[in-house]
Design a protein around this ligand. Structure first.
Ligand SMILES: [Zn+2]
Length: 463
């Protein structure tokens, strides 16, 4: 079953290596293995690598994103372009927009959005994922004015402004029920990149979302190994998925006090779950480090994003044994914006990579898709060049050689800051075959070079 001989691959830098896959694992490797009647895949000298692991993304948001109107750069740059994009939206009911940036038409609210589109209910997500803007028709339909949800922003007179902060679950409960989106396309797209393992970092998964993710893993819609950070404490999962660290969001719109956060960390640790704390700003990091100093850390505790890490905190991260799961892909996506908007003094602290690894801090790379580019090869290129779309480099001293950046995509799902996996006898046959040796790929990382992706010995993508 699914046994396969891969001929003439480059493995760990050694050319002309044959690799035998048996029962979902790598059974043997070496020169000139006998085919013994097995199907043979001729690698033609291409590199055979462990499959990539994206240590932080959001599957349902990624699927919903493809059915949404793009409301930010590069496709939409001005208020006029946004009005045109909304007018061209398919269908006649709700319009869902994503990827909005203030450079398009400032901080939107209901009034501002009505001026762009008032005929249909519109909700637009800020590209950070932290904020929704609703036009008046949408605000009326979800009952924004009378809502008690704390994420509903209100003006001095108590009227809802149309901005909704970190209240996705509430918003979903007020929208027409459609159920979670199908994940087949997303799973296939990730397989084309050579991704064989995923950590979904969506916090506070509802029963519906958790069931849908589990079913997607069971049916093969998501062929990758699937690890979930948003499983509520005390909940078990089915055997199709694994339960990871417990996701806690430090929202910059309302940072918690130290005692509240310490209680949340202690609850997770008491349930034998490390924590994965969304932490973007300097203030959030300082609060989190103060909390860890009080609660102590568990192996597996991780910081998601670490967008700003001051130099003086790097040693503390190391001493606490924390792993930083970060996304240099944002530099390639939004770097010009960072150059304009991020405080000059913060720029050297932005999406650190090299200084973390040199200090011995565990580092994992990831996409945060759909908020950052999903393609790991783009992220590896961004880690290598740190170039903004306009060409300027951000924090060039934090650049990683491409080989090292790739290594940060190869760590086990449950030890994202650990050593990269290798192709060796006995390991799971989660593999990616390139159409070229590794050296040219590292000079120009590109997803088009992925020729086949194998998970548990099963071919999930081949071209
Ligand atoms: Zn995220």
């Amino acid at each position: 079953m699914n046994d396969l001989l891969i001929r003439d691959a480059e493995v760990g830098g050694r050319p002309r290596t044959d690799v035998l896959l048996r029962d979902g694992a790598v059974a043997a490797l070496g020169p000139d293995l006998p085919a013994a009647g097995l199907p043979v895949l001729d690698a033609r000298g291409g590199a055979l690598l462990p499959g990539l692991h994206d240590h932080h993304l959001h599957l349902h948001a990624l699927a919903a994103d493809s059915a949404s109107v793009r409301c930010g750069p590069p496709r939409v740059r001005t208020a006029d372009e946004l009005a045109r994009a909304l007018a061209a939206a398919a269908g006649d009911g709700w319009i869902r927009g994503t990827g909005y940036a203030e450079t398009v038409a400032g901080m939107l609210d209901s009034t501002g959005l009505d001026a762009l589109c008032r005929g249909r209910p519109v909700r637009i997500q800020h590209r950070s994922g932290a904020l929704w803007f609703l036009n008046s028709a949408a605000a009326r339909l979800v009952g924004l004015d009378t809502a008690t949800e704390p994420g509903v922003e209100r003006d001095a007179e108590g009227r809802a402004t149309g901005r909704l902060w970190r209240a996705d679950t509430w918003l979903r409960s007020r929208l027409p029920a459609t159920g979670p989106p199908d994940l087949t396309e997303v799973g296939a797209a990730l397989a084309r990149y050579g991704i064989t393992g995923i950590t979904d970092a969506t916090p506070d998964l509802t029963d519906t979302s958790l069931d849908a993710l589990t079913r997607a893993a069971a049916s093969g819609a998501i062929p990758q190994r699937l690890n979930l950070l948003g499983v509520p404490l005390g909940r078990a999962s089915g055997p199709e998925v694994t339960v990871g660290a417990y996701k806690i969001v430090l929202a910059d719109s309302g940072l918690p006090d130290i005692e509240t956060l310490a209680t949340a960390v202690r609850r997770a640790h008491a349930a034998a779950r490390p924590v994965a704390v969304h932490c973007v700003s300097r203030e959030a990091l300082l609060i989190l480090l103060a909390v860890f100093a009080e609660t102590g850390t568990l192996p597996g505790d991780r910081i998601e994003h670490g967008a700003i890490i001051p130099a003086e905190s790097v040693r503390t991260l190391r001493n606490l044994g924390l792993t930083v799961v970060t996304q240099p892909g944002f530099l390639a996506d939004r770097g010009d914006d960072y150059l304009r908007r991020v405080d000059r003094t913060d720029l050297p602290d932005l999406y650190r990579c090299r200084s973390l690894t040199e200090a011995g801090v565990g580092l994992a790379l990831s996409s945060d898709a759909p908020y950052g580019p999903a393609d790991p090869w783009q992220v590896i290129e961004a880690a290598r060049t740190r170039r903004a779309p306009g060409g300027a480099a951000l924090g060039a001293g934090e650049a990683l050689p491409a080989a090292q950046a790739l290594g940060h995509y190869l760590a086990p799902l449950h030890d994202p800051g650990g050593r990269g996996r290798t192709v060796a006898p006995g390991v799971k046959a989660d593999l990616v075959l390139l159409d070229r040796p590794i050296a040219p790929m590292l000079r120009h990382p590109e997803a088009e070079a992925v020729r086949a992706t194998i998970i548990g010995g099963r071919m999930v993508f081949e071209q």
